[in-house]
Ligand binder design. Structure first.
Ligand code: GDP
Ligand code: MG
Length: 686
């Protein structure tokens, strides 16, 4: 099974509750890993193995597992759908070669479907769409497909149509092979009958196949020739063309089913093997040489020098497990790897293939594979591991700013060291989780992506790691930016213990092009005044100072800092002197530019029965919302889209429930920052 053509690195992504976990469970069942199907609502689903997940019935930590289908090895990663855990989705996409996007057949495209779709697009991950839950009352294949075509995919290839609908949903027509698959015996999930297309669907199936061939012919010359010659396109040729179009991200196949009813999963697995790329066909990521910055790539070849990306760490009381995607070379037990970020080598103690929460120890793993290791001291999420003689640095995934914070206080001073240790550990696993000390109160503050995220972190600390601590209420994380351009100068000239230290730094400031970035550049001419050896320290000090709020308040974002000049002393300049001078220059600069307080803004999507639209809108307006759109979903319900300050959205679930008798639903995601209105400023800052 070392043939790389037969490997798939697959992720399943979706809006929360679309059915990712259920689809994953069914996949594990059909590929022979599970003999009893774990139902989400029983809290027994195999991939949702963290206690927290079982209790909430949602998937939080992406777990990797190995399965086999038709001579192929599939490394399957279950990713969470809740927006609070978007970092998990982001970092798994970074290392996947293909994804199945699951949709709820009643709702079609939902808010988070768009988010994960955009992320997949960013990493150019080829996708299959799976319209799930076709057995539900109100489900519609056509409507869901239309929403995918309208909101997400430039070009869809419809490979199946459903047989029956809602409670009568029985199977699918495979348009490529012109066959019907029926699952009619619900007591035996393995039993699928393959047969002729039912009479009443034959005409529609012919029409749909023609449309499929037409769409493929539009993009593929081989099929186009047959099409123009009015020849029948054989299934094999059609499949090969669909594969080419999917892998090159020019089109997205669409399939359907009802995972909970065990319908449509085997054809979905066939499609994964048939249409999604092997590591050899997947795009290879770009890296750079860690010392020279020169562009580097590596072939997906087990004989090449090693390169791998750490995409996830996971700590429990037994230690730290690190998940890796190997891009080139071979990772062997006992082997040495080099981590260019910390410029250190380490030894690989053990290599594992992961089966949900169980581990299978292997001697080595090759390019294209996804495995886990233990015992790495320095590796954190986003790090590259490589051969020392042939170093390469892959670009890590990018993570959004945190939006909520909460204070945490150990119950005794003896407990403080332990709290610090646990926080550090959790931080290693989760790059969207921040820890800092409030400079005024001395309290430890943790920040995260949402109420649920903080709640989960809190429980992991208090329960899994048994830290004895008091935890405050979640509060919005503010940011600062500058009002406009400005400049500043900082000097450090001091004598301590008979040693003088000297440094002077001059900077100019401007709003950054990217609203959440902190950029630092040093003008080349500065090298004439400040020796190059101090430049890295100056850069670091400016970033740290900006992140720390430049003397008061919240971290800066959206700021571009240009070091324009300064002064050094041939005998007395030190790194420390330049660090302090740089920090002072920034403080003076932001004071000159003017500070602007920012608060997190959420994009909120609400689906509500028409009769509650008025009340929901009225309530949104009281929350200082900006309504972006109200569109009819179908005859009974409306989709409202708005941006609302996060601070106005605490406990919104409950309000929406009581406004709509529990019939409206919503989803929200961070969409940047906006200026805090002046009348609220004093109130917010207590
Ligand atoms: P996830 O949040 O995307 O992982 O979604 P889950 O797999 O946890 O499913 C959410 C809910 O939808 C659960 O109650 C499932 O039982 C249910 N569900 C999943 N697939 C189907 C389906 O095909 N039909 C129906 N009727 N319900 C489903
Ligand atoms: Mg789930």
């Amino acid at each position: 099974m070392s043939d790389l053509h037969h490997v798939r690195n697959l992720g399943i992504i979706a809006h929360i509750d679309a059915g990712k976990t259920t689809v994953t469970e069914r996949i594990l069942f059909y590929t022979g890993k599970e003999h009893r199907i774990g139902e989400v609502h029983e809290g027994a689903a195999k991939m949702d193995w963290m206690l927290e997940e079982q209790q909430r019935g949602i998937t939080i930590t992406a777990a990797a597992t190995v399965i086999f289908w038709r001579e192929h090895r599939i490394n399957l990663i279950d990713t969470p759908g809740h927006v609070d855990f978007t970092a998990e989705v982001e970092r798994s996409l970074r290392v996947l070669d293909g994804a199945v996007v699951v949709f709820d057949g009643v709702h079609g495209v939902e808010a988070q479907s768009e988010t994960v779709w955009r992320q997949a697009e960013r990493y150019r991950v080829p996708r299959l769409c799976f319209i799930n839950k076709l057995d539900r009352a109100g489900a519609s294949f056509d409507r869901s497909l239309a929403s995918i075509q309208r909101r997400l995919a430039k070009r869809t290839l419809v490979l199946q149509i459903p047989i029956g609908s809602e409670r009568g949903f029985r199977g699918v027509v495979d348009l490529v092979a012109r066959k019907a698959f029926l699952w009619e015996d619900e007591s035996d999930p393995h039993r699928v009958t393959e047969g002729e297309i039912p009479d009443d669907l034959r005409e529609l199936a012919d029409l749909q196949r023609e449309e499929l061939v037409d769409a493929v012919a539009d993009l593929d010359d081989g099929v186009a020739e047959r099409y123009l010659a009015e020849e029948e396109v054989p299934a094999e040729e059609l499949r090969a063309a669909i594969r080419r179009l999917t892998i090159s991200n020019r089109a997205t196949p669409v399939l359907c089913g009802a995972a909970l009813r065990n319908k449509g999963i085997q054809p979905l697995l066939d499609a994964v093997v048939e249409y999604l790329p092997s590591p050899l066909e997947a795009e290879t990521p770009h890296g750079t040489h860690p010392e020279t910055g020169k562009a580097e790539t590596r072939p997906c070849d087990s004989g090449a020098p090693l390169s791998a990306l750490v995409f996830k760490g996971f700590s429990d009381r037994h230690g730290e497990l690190v998940y890796l995607r190997i891009y080139s070379g071979t990772l062997a037990e006992g082997g040495h790897v080099y981590n260019p970020r910390v410029r250190k080598g380490e030894r690989i103690q053990q290599v594992f293939r992961m089966h949900a929460s169980e581990r299978e120890r292997v001697k080595e793993a090759q390019a294209g594979d996804i495995v886990a290791t233990v015992g790495l001291k320095y590796a954190v999420t986003g790090d590259t591991l490589c051969a020392k003689g042939d170093p390469i640095l892959y670009e890590p995934a990018r993570f959004p700013e945190t939006v909520l914070s909460m204070a945490i206080e150990p119950k005794s001073s003896a407990e403080r060291a332990r709290l610090t240790e646990v926080l550090e550990r959790l931080k290693r696993d989760d790059p969207t989780f921040d820890v800092h000390e409030d400079p005024e109160t001395g309290q430890t503050i943790i920040s995260g992506m949402g109420e649920l995220h903080l709640e989960v972190l809190k429980n992991r600390m208090l329960r899994d790691f048994q830290v004895d601590a008091n935890v405050g209420e979640p509060r919005v994380s503010f940011r600062q930016t500058i009002r406009g351009p400005g400049s500043g100068e900082g000097l450090f000239d001091q004598e301590t213990a008979n040693k003088r230290q000297f440094g002077r730094v001059r900077i100019s400031l401007a709003p950054a092009a990217k609203p959440e970035a902190v950029e630092v550049r040093i003008e080349p001419a500065v090298a004439l005044r400040i020796p190059k050896v101090f430049h890295a320290a100056i850069e670091r000090a400016l970033i740290d100072e900006a992140r720390g709020g430049a003397g008061e308040g919240y971290p800066f974002i959206g700021i571009s800092i240009l070091v324009q000049g300064g002064e050094a002393s041939e005998t007395d300049s030190t790194e420390l002197a330049f660090e302090v001078a740089a920090a002072r220059a920034l403080q003076q600069g932001v004071t000159a530019s003017g500070r602007l307080l920012l608060e997190p803004l959420m994009r909120v999507e609400i689906r509500t029965p028409n009769e509650y639209v008025g009340e929901v809108l009225g309530d949104l307006n009281r929350r200082r919302a900006t309504i972006l759109g109200t569109t009819p979903e179908d005859a009974q319900s409306t989709l409202l889209v708005a941006t609302v300050p996060l601070r106005e959205m605490f406990g919104y679930v409950g309000t929406l429930r009581s406004l709509s008798q529990g019939r409206a639903s919503h989803a929200m995601e961070p969409t940047g920052y906006q200026e805090v209105p002046p009348d609220l400023m004093s109130k917010l800052l207590f």
